[in-house]
Design a protein around this ligand. Structure first.
Ligand code: HEM
Length: 410
């Protein structure tokens, strides 16, 4: 039997996002919903009702199905945050994460070469050098050290600056505006203004490259030479593309690295396992991605046609939120899912999404995470939390769940 919005089972409608009980585990009602129908009704902050999908198989089914659109102006598209309506009103500023194919594929394909596994690996030695320099300086100073300010915020930002080939001064300006976009603490109008300013800054950088007879060998220069000058990409399209890389690549990596380092300094089993066998690091990083699932409220889509999802019919024009954190704690795929087990094969995790929008920067993110963990193990042997766990500042309001600070000593 299929179920739809009007069926009796859909009467108790929880509000979403749900509150965490433990700072580390997803909200408990998600586990209950996962054992129920393929999708359940939830009420969003604006009072609208949409479907919530929690089981691993159903999350993959939705994200892999072209009948669900990522275009925010589509009827029924869930408004995840109070700033979503402002973004929805301006479809011309959308980046390809909010487009369907063929538009999405045309733009994404211009970047795929730069984000291949091999390209990310090629950045590893440069990144390691930066990390040794940063940690050398950090460990010479006073203890405790805040690994968020000292490491997990600056590293993704330096990596993006390296990719883009921008100066430190440009990086700081860009970073400041991008920070407002990532943090949910700002009023919607200020977020929209920061996005316009960021677009202005990025446009200046792009136009600077356009004026150079022979731009360099960075990502932005390659886009200008191969795509803009050949008429395949307009500057109007390139600006949101750069903004996407900045916003998608920074806050996420910072949050995931902060929580991964928190696990490293609080979970003796993890620290011992990595000490004993450094080769375990890539596996442990996959498990940390599964376990922390920092895109905590999941991903939004809207149905373009009626879709049967397991025992539920999702009607055309209805919104869907897929919970990556619920899917990543699905015991049918990851036995004993609430345990962090660095030895497990967690590669089927959903932390990077699934389907055509699956994270473009995933190889780069994994290299950054591996290198940050390895650097802390190298420079701060026996690192431990310098404050009681209960005093940690977990950032619930940011789009990717993380920590405001991580004070450690060693
Ligand atoms: C897409 C997570 C790091 C660039 C995504 C999506 C997720 C995700 C869940 C899918 C969004 C959707 O389907 O609506 C993460 C996590 C990261 C991370 C957890 C760090 C641990 C990065 C980095 C970059 C990046 C370092 C690049 C510098 C992108 C881009 C997309 C994306 C461009 C859009 C892909 C598309 O629409 O085809 N990411 N990401 N991400 N990510 Fe990441």
């Amino acid at each position: 039997m299929t179920q739809d919005a009007a069926s009796p089972k859909a009467t108790a409608v929880p509000s979403y996002p749900m509150e965490r009980v433990s700072p580390i585990d997803p909200p408990p009602p998600l586990a209950l919903l996962r054992s129920g129908p393929a999708a359940s009704r939830i009420t969003m902050w604006d009072g609208s009702q949409v479907w919530l999908v929690t089981a691993h198989a159903h999350v993959r089914a939705v994200l892999g199905d072209r009948r669900f659109t990522a275009v925010t102006s589509a009827p029924g598209f869930p408004m995840m945050t109070t700033t979503s309506p402002l973004v929805r009103d301006k479809p011309h500023t959308a980046s390809f994460i909010r487009m369907d194919d063929p538009d999405h594929a045309r733009l994404r394909s211009m970047l795929t070469r730069d984000f291949l596994h091999g390209r990310a690996e090629a950045m590893r030695p440069v990144l390691r050098e930066h990390l040794d320099e940063m940690l050398g300086e950090l460990t010479r100073g006073e203890r405790p050290v805040d690994l968020v300010r000292g490491l997990t915020i600056p590293v993704p930002s330096r990596v993006i600056a390296l990719l883009f080939g921008v100066s430190d001064e440009q990086r700081e300006l860009i970073e400041n505006r991008a920070g407002i976009l990532i943090d949910r603490g700002y009023p919607p109008a200020q977020v929209a203004a920061a996005r316009d300013e960021l677009d202005g800054l990025l446009r200046d950088v792009v136009e600077e490259r356009m004026r150079m007879p022979e731009p360099g060998d960075d990502l932005l220069s390659r886009l200008v030479v191969d795509q803009v000058r050949t008429g395949k990409l307009t500057v109007e399209e390139m600006v949101p593309m750069c903004r996407l890389l900045l916003v998608a690549g920074h806050g996420t990596t910072t949050s995931q690295a902060s929580l991964s380092l928190l696990s490293l300094v609080t979970d003796q089993g993890l620290a011992d396992a990595l000490d004993k066998d450094p080769e375990l690091l890539p596996k442990a990083v996959e498990e940390l991605l599964r376990y922390h699932s920092i895109v905590q409220n999941g991903l939004a889509r809207a149905a373009l046609e009626d879709v049967e999802l397991g025992d539920v019919t999702i009607r055309a024009g209805e919104g869907v939120v897929v919970s990556l954190s619920a899917g990543n704690r699905d015991a049918s795929v990851f036995p004993d899912p609430d345990t962090l087990d660095p030895g497990r094969d967690a590669r089927r995790h959903l932390a990077f999404g699934h389907g055509i929008h699956q994270c473009l920067g995933q190889w780069l993110a994994k290299v950054e995470l591996e290198e940050m963990l390895a650097a802390v193990l190298r420079w701060m042997p026996g690192a431990r939390l310098a404050v009681p766990f209960a005093e940690l500042d977990f950032r619930h309001e940011v789009s990717s769940y993380g920590l405001g600070a991580l004070p450690v000593t060693w």
